[in-house]
Design a protein around this ligand. Structure first.
Ligand SMILES: Nc1ncnc2c1ncn2[C@@H]1O[C@H](COP(=O)(O)OP(=O)(O)O)[C@@H](O)[C@H]1O
Ligand SMILES: [Mg+2]
Length: 282
């Protein structure tokens, strides 16, 4: 099974765009894909894939109810579908999840029980039997390192890290290592890095240098995504992945955009082969 959290400490590096398109490429390759949106903010994966209509309905069943133990078992009641993938959408209640989980932890402590606030997503996914239904689980949390991110990492044990090779966005190789070590220390578990994914790359001398430094570092860099504002903004505008956007909303195919799709496919193959997922013929 391929399980990964798409994470970076920086906001706006392309986590959500990457999660949706990588998920779609894996789905097109014949894998059963589940995406989980853990970002309570509006412009999240649920919005991009147009499944966020219940996010502000306080009565709607949603992942938070499962995490705090109010809903149990199968996740079918909250799973939505888009472009052949299953998605657990975000909900505004996620903003308060740390508070809700801490309350459950205090309650458990009063009764001499153990309750790890960071392992509840892992528990929910196990209890729902997702390992029997899916080949791939990708989680998209917000950039803030908090309970949501920790739950995602406990559930996946592995990271895909989008990385913007600009002066400001660049955290250098040592910054990436610090990120991973920090998470491992915080959670007392090993966290694997499936790959660093440079995004919005412009072929300047400075950026070339940053990319070379990352490629020479300890983590794999399977592909580099170039700056493709028109395509990615178009996806956000039409609420779909690039795999749907190009055939449905472009009058003609542009070679450099086909190239971007191929990179998502290459990354999908890389991730699948890393965990030994059998690649099926489409
Ligand atoms: N390869 C790219 N080229 C140009 N713009 C991009 C690219 N990838 C993402 N973006 C843009 O960057 C912004 C942030 O993307 P998003 O996927 O929401 O990142 P995050 O989830 O990390 O905040 C969006 O406006 C998106 O259109
Ligand atoms: Mg996002």
């Amino acid at each position: 099974m391929l399980t990964a959290t798409v994470y970076s400490e920086a906001g706006g590096v392309g986590k959500t765009s990457l999660t949706a398109n990588l998920g779609r490429a894996l789905s097109d390759a014949g894998h059963e894909v589940l995406l989980i949106d853990l970002d309570p903010q509006d412009a999240s994966l649920s919005y991009l894939l147009d499944v966020d209509d219940e996010r502000d309905n306080p009565e709607a069943n949603n992942l938070v109810r499962y995490l705090v133990g109010r809903s149990e078992g199968s996740l079918e009641p909250i799973i939505r579908e888009a472009e052949g993938m299953d998605i657990i959408p975000s909900h505004n209640m996620l903003e308060q999840i740390s508070k809700h989980l801490q309350r459950r932890a205090n309650e458990a402590a009063d009764f001499g029980e153990s309750f790890n606030v960071n392992k509840q997503l892992l528990r929910v996914l196990r209890e729902a039997g997702v390992q029997d239904k899916y080949d791939v689980i990708l989680i998209d949390p917000a950039a803030t390192a908090d309970t949501k991110v920790y739950n995602a990492i406990h559930a996946t044990r592995s990271l895909i890290i989008p990385f913007e090779p600009t002066g400001k966005g660049s955290q250098s190789v040592s910054g990436l290592e610090d990120l991973v070590l920090g998470l491992e220390e915080q959670l007392s578990i090993d966290v694997g890095v499936m790959g660093i994914v440079p995004n919005k790359y412009k072929d300047t001398r400075d950026q070339q240098q940053i990319i070379t430094e990352v490629q020479d570092g300890p983590y794999a860099v399977p592909v580099v995504f170039r700056e493709r504002s028109s395509l990615i903004e178009g996806c956000w505008n039409k609420q779909c992945t690039a795999f749907k956007y190009i055939p449905e909303h472009r009058k003609r195919e542009r070679d450099y955009e086909r190239d971007t799709l191929e990179k998502f496919e290459t990354l999908a193959e890389w991730c699948a082969s890393e965990v030994g997922l059998e690649v099926m013929e489409a």
